[in-house]
Design a protein around this ligand. Structure first.
Ligand code: ADP
Ligand code: MG
Ligand code: MG
Length: 922
């Protein structure tokens, strides 16, 4: 069958539903008709009042764009058929001079995307049809208001004329008439304005660039409604590739090749008087999850008026009490229930009331903060709408980070200077900035900032991303700033009316005080309470309690449930008792990586330097003895903090010279000594020392004498470390504790290396066991981080009880990238040019994943009991965690703060790879 490019939704002329759906479920359909289109169709199908229309598919957009903005063959004809059909269904024609059909043209990608094209309303009006509209509604003012809005939107959105020109013209008109509000302008004024707007169009549209609107060489506002329609459709397709849409997709990891759909929908009017209105609502509170209807409406208004914060909105709870809107209000409350029952989720929706009748214009699963996601998921389990597994899938692990983000220290004294709405929770501290460019600048110089605006617009996206928090003086809880901040998880306080912002002068006075904030002044905002506070409030880490604790426990149950698939553990990377305890509190099931290198720093640097550089065996022995004592104490602390849980200790990994004095500093000291005329013997000793320090310098230290190579060259070091580990374990066992150390050999490339190390490790453990009389069973394994090791894992696995994949080195060596050098140098460019899909040091690359796969398979071939885990930074990245589960790893290990994220992501990975979440009763 030929590809279908257009789908219709809504009723026909007899009131019968004629919706065509593009997939079995909304989730399937949205890839074709976009989120907005798929949900309009769904609402029409469950009997909700949706103005009729049709949707042009996302695939059409992709074809159009990749052909260099050329319509694929036959599609324009196909659209024409649907347009005619819509005219027939409505019994009206676009551009008709007696009773014209008006439509809106709306973009709608598979994912909701602020930053896409603005909607064009009232399309189909021209000099003739405006008369028809006036006749039909008997409302001259409404007719001209609709037409001037259309000319304005079409010029701005479709033809790219500067919107300010129209605002200026309106203001001029108001001044001329001596009125303050738009609503005070008369029909005659609006008619004048329409003419002025058309002149602005003629002057500002480039006739060469847009010959279709300049048939006689001069640009003219297009009177042909079909041309209007086609240009608007093209503009929607074009908006897929505007810089702000591209930025948004990058921020939200949305695929650039999806395209957007176009929805053409019959207009309904919220601006037909006091029994008409328009509004935006959520079925529950998207900021904190409270089970309440949430949103705003405006009487006698159209389109974006609510979101733009132009007039003060009214809370949705007042709708059923508003004279003339009682029935529509009741109907809307009924729709809330129908939608939640149908979608089993918190929904957001847009509606318009035309002369008392409710129309649904949009719904989708509501964007929400982590706090709200969590609360709503728990409520819905309680209400019997969703299962625990579904609840687990409802909270995005990356979002969870918000809940673990710093909050104001509850003990801090707060100097609250203003209050706004608590639009997006969390605390933020930073310097005041008044523009997005300033926010980006502060971000670049690594100074935290708070973006302070009258209200934000889609152009502010980059500044909102750069800022720690967002503060506005206008707009309600569904304003642009609020919606975007919640989506990003940035703290936001909006509508703080006491702020009198003068962005040009870069200052902001606070009404009722004599405070004036200037750019750079530090403030704190609390998006959970709406407080604006002068100065810096100290921040503290929150604890895992309440709903968060509960959902993570559910996630743990899934990860540990053998009937639900392979067990999948979460461990932490920690190398001191405090971090070990923290990770335990965050739910880590063990330590996957205890690095020992930090144990050689500080005061101990001198000791190891003596060990390496001393000539006399006696000095070396003394140094080793000191190191042994110090390391034993370290391990006692670690094993005690993790009593009863695995602690994988990695033997010394970095190149030795990192623990030695810098030869350059030493050479300076020598030169000073020479100047001072020190005696020859002393100078000779200094020169010898410098020569030895120099001898440890390497051209490529990361590929030099480090890891197990070091332990093989200096067996005393390995012995000392193993003695400390085994000794600490024996000591704690005697005290009745249950220490569970495992010893990991780093940077193994051949099985021979591991064998040499293992023999020595086992010998040392046996000797400690004999000396202490304590039975010690300490598994020995290795890192798999050199490509050769991954490839020969079937050999290496014979000598390993476990493998731990070190994806940082594996990525460095697999790609041949030195991380420290490339991340700043060219990775950003590679991402932009799509040479890399994502930063391979943050998210496991699929090529490196192949190495991991070989490693896991080889390891199991050699030893079917081998335990495989990952301890690289990607071990805490949700996307990578999914890959690790699928690669067959037994656990991931990550930094303590990422442990809760990994617990949730691990459960989700398991659920995803085992048939998706079980629904209630399954
Ligand atoms: P966005 O994707 O930015 O939400 P929409 O396509 O939803 O843009 O359009 C924005 C607003 O325009 C809607 O919330 C609604 O108020 C108004 N609108 C869109 N289509 C219609 C229509 N057919 N009738 C009346 N108002 C409409
Ligand atoms: Mg919308
Ligand atoms: Mg390494």
């Amino acid at each position: 069958m030929a590809e279908k490019h257009v789908y219709k939704f809504g009723v026909d002329e007899n009131g019968n539903n004629v919706t065509e759906v593009a997939g079995k479920t909304v989730d399937e359909a949205k890839w074709i008709t976009g989120g907005k289109g798929a949900n309009l169709a769904e609402m029409a199908n469950i009997g909700l009042p949706v103005p009729p229309g049709f949707t042009i598919t996302c695939q059409t957009c992709v074809a159009y764009s990749s052909a260099g903005n050329v319509w694929p063959d036959g599609v324009l004809d196909e659209i024409d058929v649907y347009r005619k059909d819509l005219e027939k269904r409505m019994g009206k024609k676009l551009g008709d001079k007696d009773d014209p059909l008006l439509v809106s043209v709306r973009s709608g990608a598979p994912f909701s995307m602020p930053g896409m094209m603005d909607t064009v309303l009232n399309l189909g009006l021209n000099d003739d049809s405006v008369q028809g509209l006036i006749k039909k509604t008997n409302n001259e003012r409404f007719g001209w208001d609709s037409y001037r809005r259309f000319v304005q939107m079409f010029s701005d959105v479709v033809m790219g004329v500067d919107g300010q020109l129209f605002e200026d013209a309106i203001n001029e008109k108001k001044e001329e008439k001596g009125v303050k509000l738009d609503t005070e302008l008369t029909a005659e004024d609006l008619k004048d304005l329409t003419a002025t707007f058309k002149e602005i169009f003629a002057k500002n549209v480039d006739s060469q660039a847009h010959p279709e609107v300049a048939p006689n060489g001069v640009a003219e506002f297009p009177q042909d409604p079909y041309l209007q329609l086609r240009l608007a459709e093209q503009a929607v397709f074009g908006s897929w590739n505007t810089p702000r849409a591209i930025l948004y997709r990058k921020q939200n990891k949305i695929d650039d090749t999806l395209g957007t759909a176009v929805n053409v929908q019959v207009m309904v009017f919220g601006n037909m008087g006091s029994t008409s209105a328009t509004g935006v609502a959520f079925t529950r509170n998207p900021a904190d999850g409270t089970n309440e209807r949430y949103g705003d409406f405006l009487v006698n208004a159209q389109g974006e008026d609510v979101v733009a914060g132009i007039r003060n909105t009214e809370p949705i709870a007042d709708l059923p009490k508003t004279p003339g809107l009682e029935q529509a209000g009741k109907d809307l409350y009924r729709v809330f229930e129908i939608l939640e029952d149908h979608y089993a989720d918190m929904m957001d929706l847009e509606f318009t009331i035309q002369e008392g009748k409710l129309w649904m214009l949009q719904t989708r699963v509501g964007k929400r903060t982590a706090l709200s996601a969590l609360k709503v998921a728990m409520q819905m389990v309680d209400e019997g709408r969703i299962s625990k597994e579904q609840a687990i899938m409802r909270v995005a692990p990356a979002q969870l980070d918000q809940l673990l983000h710093p909050q104001f220290d509850p003990k801090a004294k707060l100097d609250v200077v203003a209050k706004g709405m608590n639009a997006s929770p969390g605390a933020a501290v930073g310097a005041v900035v008044f523009s997005s460019d300033a926010a980006v600048h502060y971000h670049n110089i690594e100074k935290p900032c708070i973006l302070v605006r009258w209200e934000t617009t889609p152009d502010d996206l980059k500044g909102m991303v750069a800022a720690e928090g967002i503060l506005t003086s206008h707009g309600g809880k569904t304003s642009h700033a609020a919606v975007i901040a919640r989506g990003m998880g940035a703290p936001c306080v909006c509508g703080a009316e006491a702020l009198k912002i003068d962005a040009k002068a870069k200052e902001c006075a606070i009404t009722g005080t004599d405070i004036v904030l200037h750019e750079g002044d530090v403030i704190s905002i609390n998006g959970t309470t709406g407080d604006v506070i002068l100065g810096e409030v100290p921040l503290v880490r929150p604890e895992l309690t309440g709903d968060l604790e509960t959902i993570l426990e559910w996630a743990d149950d899934v990860r540990h449930d053998a009937s639900r698939g392979r067990l999948f553990g979460v461990r932490a990377n920690a190398d001191n008792p405090a971090d070990a305890k923290l990770s335990r509190d965050f739910g880590a099931e063990g330590i996957g990586l205890d690095r020992t290198e930090h144990m050689f720093l500080g005061d101990r640097k001198q000791i190891i330097q003596t060990f390496i550089l001393a000539d006399r065996t006696g000095d070396k022995q003394t140094a080793l003895g000191q190191l042994l004592k110090a390391q034993t104490d370290d391990f006692l602390g670690m094993f005690e903090a993790m009593d009863g849980k695995t602690v994988i200790v990695r033997l010394l990994d970095p190149p030795l010279h990192e623990f030695l004095d810098n030869p350059r500093d030493y050479a300076v000291a020598l030169a000073h000594a020479e100047d001072r005329g020190e005696n020859e013997t002393q100078l000779k000793a200094r020169r010898d020392m410098l020569a030895r320090l120099d001898s440890f310098q390497e051209a490529n230290p990361m590929l030099g004498l480090r890891g197990c190579r070091l332990g093989i060259v200096y067996p005393e070091l390995t012995e000392m470390q193993v003695r400390a580990i085994a000794g600490a374990a024996a000591h704690l066992k005697k005290r009745g504790l249950d220490p569970r150390p495992e010893i990991m050999v780093p940077l193994v490339g051949t099985w021979q290396e591991l064998k040499v190390e293992r023999d020595q490790i086992e010998e040392t453990i046996a000797s400690v066991s004999e000396q202490t009389g304590v039975d010690l069973d300490i598994p020995v394994g290795c890192m798999i981080e050199i490509p050769r090791a991954a490839v020969t894992a079937d050999e290496i696995g014979k000598y390993a009880d476990f493998f731990s994949f070190g994806t940082n080195d594996l990525t460095q060596m697999g790609f041949g990238y030195s991380r420290d050098d490339v991340e700043g140098a060219f990775v950003p460019l590679y991402l932009k040019k799509k040479i890399l899909k994502s930063n391979p040091f943050e998210t496991l690359d699929y090529g490196i994943a192949k190495l991991v796969k070989m490693g896991v398979e080889g390891g199991h071939e050699a030893n079917d009991k081998i335990v495989c885990g990952v301890c690289g930074e990607t071990g805490g990245d949700p996307d990578s965690i999914q890959m690790y589960y699928d690669l067959g790893l037994d656990y991931v290990s990550c930094s303590p703060y990422r442990v809760p994220i990994a617990r949730l992501a691990g459960a989700q990975a398991k659920i995803n790879s085992n048939g998706g979440p079980k629904k209630i009763g399954e």
